[in-house]
Design a binder for this molecule. Structure first.
Ligand code: GTP
Ligand code: MG
Length: 368
């Protein structure tokens, strides 16, 4: 090989190395772009779980529009008792007394409650009589309007995510065991991250180590940090430390997951009150979301009443509206607490959380 050929080969190899190195540096910088700056690690507990470098890109939810359309389809295809009652009414030939009686019974058994049912049927019959409508198919629009009125579109369903005095907005998620609190925190974090908000999760469920583990797994999936304590740690102190970290890291929102607790256990309910009081020494808890399992029916109302007495509930998350839930509970729980349903869960999947929209909900129930 000639001398000048060798020089060219060496030069080509050097250029190739430089190009490869700059590609590697660019890729690794890009991977860090969407990550939040890691917060300082305190020597004492609780610990902060900084999500590991994801192997693939972080998960982001589908756009809100397509998610809502999909959820509406899920609702209308569900086994929801109210949806079935409406479908039955609209499939009849005529609106005679027997049909009305059956419809009334269906509404009451779908957790709509006696007073709202009577109100709905009275209004519906009056409206239909004025226009002389006797065929169910033509009654559908009137029914849709009356149902929307019952679900109350005038309520403010936005989440309060504005922090005060430059501090993060704090959201606490509460409810009885297994209603879907942790899943809701994870899904909500995912939505907020997609809206370019910086989020921190606080694992104030210290009953079981697995609970904090479940939450950190969500944190890793969506690329946010989780503050957690050891099993049996004081949940109030974990919540406090979470907000403390959130302030230090200047995040927009701190989501605090709490342990499931039976509303009948006074000690546990007092503990929840303490979690909120202690957290508020640092920053106001602007949103207390009560997670109710829509399939538990009337029991959900009792839970709602007692939780609202202990911590001022500002919004309801109604989960498990897929499956065999009785959608009428939306109306009852809002009336009972005077607090809006803000979010609904329609499945176990990561995108199965949606803002509650009265019209979409009614359309979903009516199968369109
Ligand atoms: N079908 C359905 N399942 C749900 C929904 N939300 C949550 N789940 C499931 O309900 C179960 C309990 O959910 P978690 O989020 O662990 O409930 P939790 O309230 O945090 O439970 P505890 O912390 O033990 O009180 C899990 O299997 C979830 O996948 C929903 O909207 N629909
Ligand atoms: Mg949980």
């Amino acid at each position: 090989m000639q001398y000048d050929q060798l020089i060219w080969i060496i030069l080509a190899a050097v250029v190739a190395c430089i190009v490869a190195a700059s590609v590697i540096i660019t890729v690794s910088n890009r991977r860090g772009v969407d990550r939040q700056p890691p917060v300082e690690q305190l020597p004492s507990e609780p610990s902060v779980e900084v999500p590991a470098e994801p192997e693939v890109g972080l998960e982001v939810p589908e756009a809100a529009g397509s998610r809502l359309t999909w959820l509406r389809r899920r609702l209308s295809g569900s086994n929801n008792a109210l949806a079935r009652g409406l479908a039955d009414l609209l499939s009849r030939d005529r609106l005679d007394e027997e049909t009305w009686d059956d419809f009334e019974a269906t509404l009451i058994s779908s957790d709509l409650g006696v007073a709202p049912t009577t109100e709905l049927i009275t209004n519906l019959r009056r409206e239909l009589a004025i226009d002389g409508i006797t065929e169910p198919a033509r009654a559908a629009d009137v029914l849709r309007r009356e149902l929307v009125k019952l679900v109350d579109p005038s309520m403010d369903r936005s989440l309060n995510l504005t922090g005060t005095d430059g501090k993060p907005a704090v959201v606490m998620v509460v409810g009885v065991n297994g209603t879907g609190k942790t899943t809701t925190v994870g899904k909500l974090a995912r939505v907020l991250v997609a809206e370019h908000k910086s989020v921190l999760l606080g694992a104030a469920d210290t009953f079981r180590a697995a609970a904090a583990e479940q939450l950190s797994t969500w944190g890793e999936r969506v690329g946010v940090e989780t503050v957690r304590g050891v099993e049996g740690a004081d949940p109030a102190s974990v919540a406090f430390q979470s907000v403390e970290r959130g302030i230090a890291a200047q995040v927009d929102v701190v989501l605090i997951d709490t342990a499931g607790r039976l509303h009948t256990k006074t000690g546990l309910m007092d503990e929840l009150g303490k979690v909120k009081r202690v957290t508020e020494k640092l920053a106001p808890v602007g949103e207390v979301l009560l997670v109710l399992d829509a399939t538990t029916g009337q029991n959900g109302l009792v839970q709602a009443r007692i939780f609202a007495e202990v911590v001022k509930v500002t919004g309801i998350v109604l989960t498990k509206l897929d499956g065999s839930a009785k959608g009428g509970i939306v109306v009852q729980v809002q009336r009972e607490l005077g607090v809006p349903v803000k979010l609904i869960g329609l499945g176990e999947g990561v995108d199965d959380l949606a803002p509650f929209d009265p019209e979409q909900f009614v359309n979903g129930l009516m199968g369109n």
